[in-house]
Design a protein around this ligand. Structure first.
Ligand SMILES: [Zn+2]
Ligand SMILES: [Zn+2]
Length: 1091
């Protein structure tokens, strides 16, 4: 049947309708994929009655679609690609570059609370607790006039590592009443507070502005001094910026058990009242609940902690697994060698011979083994060989137990190897980077490295890779490195998605970076590339003889055979144009890389199969440099992660004790949990447990015996620790006091003391006294009772001696201390006192109820003590307990009545300031150093400068800073506790200096401000410490500027064009000087020159 026959025999309209539906579906699909209608669809309109009519129209239609598609492919393809990718949830690190993987928690909100009340200028029923409530965003708290400083002691709702402080600026009409600086101290309890930030600047801002102050852990003053961070404050010369990476990173101590944060606010002018607004503390807490129930992430954490514990036990020097112990070892080594150095200055500083001669290393041949061997052993050996003739004349110090293979010493050996015996050879960028790689492999912090360098008389700046390249090249290098990082992540994501979770990543001999370590060189022999040959040292021949057998690769470009050392890392294959020698990468600087970028569309770059190999001679030099840079960034990130991990393990250990880890495996967890729930219910008889870790904690540290279970185990959930362990006070301690902070405000009705498995004897049965309070003031607490446990023992024999049976259905041995009436409180103090013989004459009734004892005990009866079951020494009784339970009802709604603002308060707030800020006109200004330095020139008649206005930066801290370090997805949070960005947060400073007329006419530093983070564009006013006059003033942005980038714009090649330093950090049009004046004096000009 022909088509015409068909047409004649059928009623066309229904067929035509079907065809229309088909067309519509086609158009929908075509639009989804191409953004335009389907082409060549006119054929289906033959079912239409008026065929032919549309023939010409459809040809035009096709042309239109063609044009549309061409246009879209050329210009808006990337945005469509972006939409698709975001829809599929891939490449999120590109599209939402600053989204956190592990969001921070606000731990200051209730049930966090203030340990001390804050005074108020106006009568209020509140004690300041509303400062922590996010419901009170608009709160303006007016502190009394008398206060020079205002201190907030915040007890966090859960233990955590503190990462940020968020302030809400709040004031009345006068914005200078908000504090101008803040000190932050943190600690596990009130005794151990350490300074985290001193004098962080708080600019004057509009009411309601949020200011974020990034916090690291407490940094030791010594580290601060050696890395020069402290010196920068008074630095007059232009300091070079670390644009490649932060080579002087200060490492703050990470502690996941931080519980108390003390804020000290200082007023702008002393004596004037301060206003405060809502305060939030943000941090990261460990998954304690799942740790105790041994499920999910908690179980994983325990598993890892167990593993790391085993590792550090089996290797005496735990420097690889436990950075903390590594640190202490090398510190010891340095201080020791420093002592030796002082005795014999000249020789030691030049050669370090004294230390080196002590080194004992196994013979070379045994150590240079393929793959596994530590190449440094060979280095050490060569250094020893070299120095031994010189050191022969003096008696070498005998072995004295110092760790000879400590990281510091190995590092010093590396420096000597690179810089030559007289330390006179200048290192180039790649050599300095190799030193850094070695440093990171040896697990040394930047401060430890600087200490080592200073010891051998080397200025750390001379081996700082950041200062060894010229500015233009640094810019290009950073661009290539950031492209590499993104492409690396893209490739990994594709690989993970492609394998749908099934694939195992193969281990290649040549990895992503393939950076050869110090001392490695071309193996010669089969290698035809000979890119890295070193014929200088006799040792290399020794090395190559063993390496000659190594596998040989074929360069995909020049088809020559290359050895491992002469091959570039696989990452080089991701970067396009890697073959064109010297063309495009050099052209980048001239015209913003347009020729380059047209060839690479990063979004659509299909991840190249990374199985080829390219030799170092075919790979462009800048790519090799970028691979080295990326590798160092990866190692730094791994070091941070390792520090976070070990802090987590340490926290776990200090809560549960190392025995806990073993006990986990010895019992089945689920039955233990069920049992705990059942037993707890029976113990509490219908009430709730109010003092359970992680929500409850101790206010002060309590001395604990060395062989005891950790203090916090007194508060952990039932059966979460080892059955046989219990808490013990050190011997000869007669009394201890536990200040227990409850999880929430509660009505407490009794305290239960679970007796240690060893039981009590006449000698160590304590006298128990309990107080309660809402705040930390000891004077204000009220005593609820005093009990004598000893007299109880006679009536309840199961308390006496070791626990006899551990039957499942039996309640654990315990003593109840019931209050007369429930008491509403937040803090419960419990003291345990050892009884002195002779004072136990009080007779208790059968039912052990509250009894008041005479406070005055017999001071003469102290001589003989009877035996104790708990103490190590049977004749020396000690205080001990298994667990403390506090029973009662939590107060569900912590109602804090804030009386409405009184009219007197309103009046006070509405008082306008006497003087207003006005803009100081400037004659000229110029920007320097990537727009990070701004110099302003002022006319001679300008008024006294009072401060400057800075508009908050637009830059962000990106998630991706390096290529993937492992085969793990960045969104996989299962074993990440802290993001890199929070471990060593990037902080910016602004330094202001002014020309001082007169002697010498120098630029003098006026002030330095630690900048808080705020919403882009927020106006922040910084007052100078004093008003002054000058002709020239300069503003310099300092700190970790390399950690910031711009938000990626639509165009995907932007990362190649992007400036070295984020454009969002430019000081251009961001700073205005101001002076203070009375608006009435200026008359109508006032409104025009307000700043
Ligand atoms: Zn080679
Ligand atoms: Zn090649």
């Amino acid at each position: 049947m022909t088509f015409d026959e068909f047409k004649r025999l059928t009623i066309l309209s229904p067929v035509s309708q079907l065809a229309d539906i088909f067309l519509l579906a086609g158009d929908i699909h075509a639009t989804l994929y191409t953004g335009s209608k389907a082409m060549h669809s006119q054929i289906l309109s033959i079912f239409n009655e008026e065929t032919g009519k549309f023939k010409q129209f459809s040809a035009a239609q096709n042309l239109k679609i063609t044009l549309e598609r061409r246009y879209k492919n050329a210009l808006v393809d990337s945005s469509r690609q972006k939409q698709l990718e975001m829809f599929l949830g891939i490449r999120l690190f590109k599209h939402l570059p600053s989204v956190p993987v592990q969001p921070l928690h606000v731990l200051s909100r209730p049930s966090g609370f203030l340990l001390k009340p804050i005074g108020s200028m106006f009568p209020t029923s509140s004690s300041g607790a509303s400062l922590l409530s996010f419901k009170k965003k608009d709160l303006i708290w007016v502190c009394p006039q008398a206060a020079d400083v205002v201190e907030l002691f915040i007890c966090l709702g859960e233990p955590c590592h503190v990462c940020q402080l968020l302030l809400t600026v709040s004031h009345g009409a006068d914005d200078s009443t908000f504090p101008s600086t803040v000190d932050v101290r943190t600690g596990r309890n009130l005794d151990g507070l350490k300074m985290v930030v001193e004098g962080a600047s708080i600019p004057q801002c509009g009411n309601g502005t949020n200011l974020l102050i990034p916090l690291s852990g407490p940094i030791s003053a010594e580290d601060m001094a050696v890395t020069g961070a402290g010196a920068r404050l008074h630095d007059q010369v232009t300091s070079s910026l670390s644009l490649l990476y932060d080579s002087e990173e200060l490492e703050g101590e990470l502690d996941f058990l931080t519980r108390v944060v003390a804020l000290t606010f200082y007023p702008a002018e002393s004596g004037s009242p301060m206003t405060l607004g809502e305060v939030e503390i943000l941090g990261v807490s460990l998954p304690w609940n799942s740790v105790f129930s041994n499920k999910g992430t908690g179980a994983r954490l325990t598993e890892l902690a167990k593993k790391s514990q085993k590792d550090s036990n089996s290797f005496l020097s735990g420097s690889d697994t436990n950075p903390l112990s590594g640190t202490s070892l090398s510190n010891q080594a340095v201080s020791k060698s420093a002592k030796q150095g002082s005795a014999n200055d000249l020789v030691d500083l030049l050669t370090g011979g004294d230390i080196l001669s002590e080194s004992v290393f196994p013979p070379v041949t045994e150590n240079v083994t393929y793959g596994g061997g530590d190449l440094l052993d060979f280095l050490d050996q060569s250094a020893v060989d070299y120095h031994s003739p010189e050191t022969d004349h003096k008696p070498s110090t005998p072995q004295d137990g110092t760790p000879q293979d400590s990281g510091t010493q190995k590092y010093i050996n590396c420096v000597k190897f690179m810089a030559g015996p007289h330390m006179d050879r200048k290192l180039n960028y790649r050599e300095a980077m190799k030193l850094e790689i070695e440093r990171l492999h040896l697990n040394l912090s930047a401060a430890e490295r600087d200490r080592a360098l200073l010891f051998i008389g080397t200025d750390p700046a001379t081996v700082n890779p950041n200062f060894l390249l010229d500015g233009l090249y640094v810019g290009r290098l950073c661009r290539v490195a950031s492209t590499l990082a993104l492409l690396g992540q893209v490739a990994l994501e594709d690989k993970i998605n492609g394998s749908i979770g099934l694939g195992k990543f193969e281990d290649n001999v040549i990895d992503f970076w393939n950076i050869s370590r110090i001392g490695e060189s071309c193996s010669g022999g089969n290698c035809e590339v000979l890119a890295e040959t070193k014929a200088t040292l006799s040792d290399s021949s020794m090395l190559s003889s063993t390496e000659g057998s190594k596998s040989v690769f074929l360069c995909s470009q020049c088809r020559r055979k290359a050895c491992q050392v002469c091959s570039a890392g696989r990452g080089a294959l991701l970067l396009p144009n890697y073959t064109r020698e010297g063309t495009n990468y050099n052209g980048l600087s001239n015209q913003g890389g347009s020729s380059y970028s047209s060839q690479v569309d990063l979004t659509t770059t299909r991840s190249v199969a990374l199985d080829g190999v390219i030799c170092k001679k075919c790979c462009h030099g800048i790519i090799l440099d970028a691979l080295v840079l990326d590798y160092v960034r990866v190692l730094i990130s791994s070091r941070r992660k390792a520090r976070a991990d070990s802090a987590a393990y340490k926290a776990l250990d200090e809560v549960t004790g190392s025995l806990f880890l073993d006990s986990l495996s010895e019992r089945s967890q689920s039955s233990g949990n069920q049992r705990a729930v059942k037993v707890l219910k029976q113990l509490l008889t219908g009430e709730e447990s109010l003092a359970e870790f992680p929500f409850a904690s101790f206010l002060h540290s309590v001395e604990t015996a060395t062989d005891s279970a950790p203090l916090l185990s007194l508060l952990t959930p039932l059966y979460s620790g080892s059955q046989h362990s219990y808490w013990k006070a050190p011997p000869n301690t007669n009394s201890v006091e536990f200040g227990i902070v409850l999880g929430t405000l509660s009505d407490v009705s009794r305290v239960l003391l679970l007796v240690s498995p060893c039981g009590y004897s006449e000698a160590d049965a304590p006298i128990v006294q309990i107080w309660v309070s809402n705040k930390i003031d000891r004077e204000e607490r009220s005593c609820v009772g005093k009990w004598d446990v000893q007299s109880l023992i006679s009536s309840t024999p199961e308390l006496y001696g070791p626990e006899k049976s551990t039957r499942e259905d039996k309640l654990p041995c315990h003593i109840r201390f019931t209050f007369k009436n429930p008491v509403r409180c937040r803090i419960v103090w419990i003291t345990l006192c050892l009884q002195r013989p002779g004072s136990s004459s009080v007779d208790f009734g059968k039912d052990f109820s509250l009894l008041s004892l005479d406070e005055n005990e017999n001071p003469f009866a102290q001589e003989t003590r009877r035996s104790s079951f708990g103490g190590a020494n049977k004749n020396n009784p000690c205080l001990h307990a298994k667990r403390i339970l506090i029973a009662g009802c939590p107060v569900k709604k912590e109602m804090e009545l804030t009386s409405p603002e009184s009219s007197s308060q309103r009046n006070w707030l509405d008082r306008a300031p006497q003087l207003n800020r006005f803009k100081v006109p400037i004659e000229a200004e110029r920007l320097m150093d990537y727009d990070l330095i701004l110099e302003q020139y002022l006319p001679p008649s300008s008024p006294l400068l009072a401060g400057f206005r800075l508009d908050a930066f637009h830059a962000i801290k990106p998630l991706i800073t390096h290529s993937p370090s492992s085969g793990a997805d960045i969104w996989d949070t299962s074993d990440m506790f802290l993001e890199d960005r929070y471990i060593s947060p990037a902080v910016l400073y602004i330094q202001v200096s002014a020309l001082q007329e007169g002697i010498g006419s120098n630029m003098v530093t006026i002030a330095e401000y630690r900048l808080p983070e705020a919403k882009p564009g927020t106006a922040m006013y910084f007052d100078f410490p004093r008003q002054f006059q000058t002709r020239r003033i300069s503003f310099k942005l300092l700190g970790d500027v390399a950690a910031f980038t711009d938000k990626l714009p639509e165009q995907d090649d932007a990362s190649l064009r992007a400036p070295v330093v984020a454009a969002g950090l430019s000081l251009s049009n961001r700073i205005k000087l101001y002076y203070y004046a009375d608006p009435y004096d200026l008359g109508k000009w006032a409104s025009l020159s307000a700043v």
